[in-house]
Design a protein around this ligand. Sequence first.
Ligand code: ADQ
Length: 456
Amino acid sequence: MGRLIAISNRTAADPSARAGGLAVAVWESLTSTGGMWFGWSGNIVDEVAAEPETFSDEGVDFVVTDFTEAEHDGFYLQYANRVIWPVFHYRVDLAHFGNTDFETYAAVNKRIANLVVPRLEDGDSVWVHDYHFLLMGGYLREGGWTGPIGFFLHIPFPSPEVFQALPEHEQIARAMADFSVLGFQSKTDRANFVRYLVENYDAADEGDGWVSVFGRRIRANAYPIGIEAEKFAKAATSETAKTAATRIGRFLGGRNLVLGVDRMDYSKGLPQRFEAVGKLFDHFPTTRGKVSVTQIAPPSRSKVEEYRDLRIQLDELAGRINGDYGDLDWIPLRYLARSYDRRVLAGLYRIARVCLVTPLRDGMNLVAKEYVMAQDPDDPGVLILSQFAGAAEQLSDALIVNPHDTFSVAETINQALEMTVEERRTRWEKLRRTVASEDISWWRQKFLRDLGVNEA
Ligand code: ADQ
């Protein structure tokens, strides 16, 4: 059986980084096939060394390269995070189309492809991850690699009308069609991509995922990513989780906890969520003094300017809501701009009566799945989920909302708070079954099977 070769911007070279969902999935596949993992070292240097850094750990060979300041800026901060990220999340208004950033983005894709190709052997399969490397398929083919290349996009793929706002959409699409298997989070993302190809390049959608375009046949399918479900359920009853629950319990003083956990990013719909909380207290007075909303949202460092604006907006909204409704012994809404250990998060999820997952757009949203797995089976909480999160396709037993309709979100929070334990159990049991069975291993196996990788 051949090796699996992973390419992603950040690798799990640092053992502590192997705790994240994606890192676990890739890591397990690589250790079982004695594979390789290519990516960025995390270092920014004046001049990149001719040879990348290589080392092995548990049978996995890492090949990582440093970036120059110009590469880190043009490739990572600008084109990946200030062009592709906003456009793919339908925020064309926030995209910064520069003159040379695409060139840097392409050059970094090519430079890494050139590190990969000479190290490939017959029988290997390549698996490329995410929006940093949309052009990688094209450069690997240009370098002479004819074997299988899979690609998984962790973020949404926008509708063709939005994708075409990218000045380089055609170059990107042609390079994407050089992958053998293209994985999307949802059926909607897959349909968007295929419609773009059909409408612009006469592609044929041949069924069972097969698409003919540019004289080739590729496979494009939805592979909704999962979590390490059983492990997360265990984390929710760990000592660390219990201690966290006790600590927040002191703050709650018997009130119901409504929880949000997101990276602070404009795609997550936080201002709209805060507006909805204001409307909850305004229109449903029985909730006043009875509910505490806690939003955990650590800043994303890669999007400094947008983060600053968002932070100001959230400060204002929280200040207004707390000023209007708060009392001597009650803070209606607070947010904590920091990260927590996953076991702490698991403990908070478990005692939260309601979890608000209301992004304006999200590839999948793993918080929704973590919340489900952390619940107490006898007294589960209620998941409120945006129709615009990829997870909504699988988790239809959550309370599904339109995050722009803030009054309706307020009503739904009230509905969740009043829901009987019988209905909570019925909904949760269905959600749990899905999250537990369609977990991270299921996702990996489904993708690798289509790529033709036969895991031992
Ligand atoms: P993200 O946009 O980061 O991921 P998400 O899927 O919700 O979004 O994953 C966030 C992860 O970070 C979760 O595991 C969560 O527990 C953790 N996290 C969030 N806030 C935290 C905090 N304060 N402290 C500690 N941990 C925190 C991208 C895409 C998603 C897609 C994933 C996986 O944007 O749409 O679901 O990749 O493919």
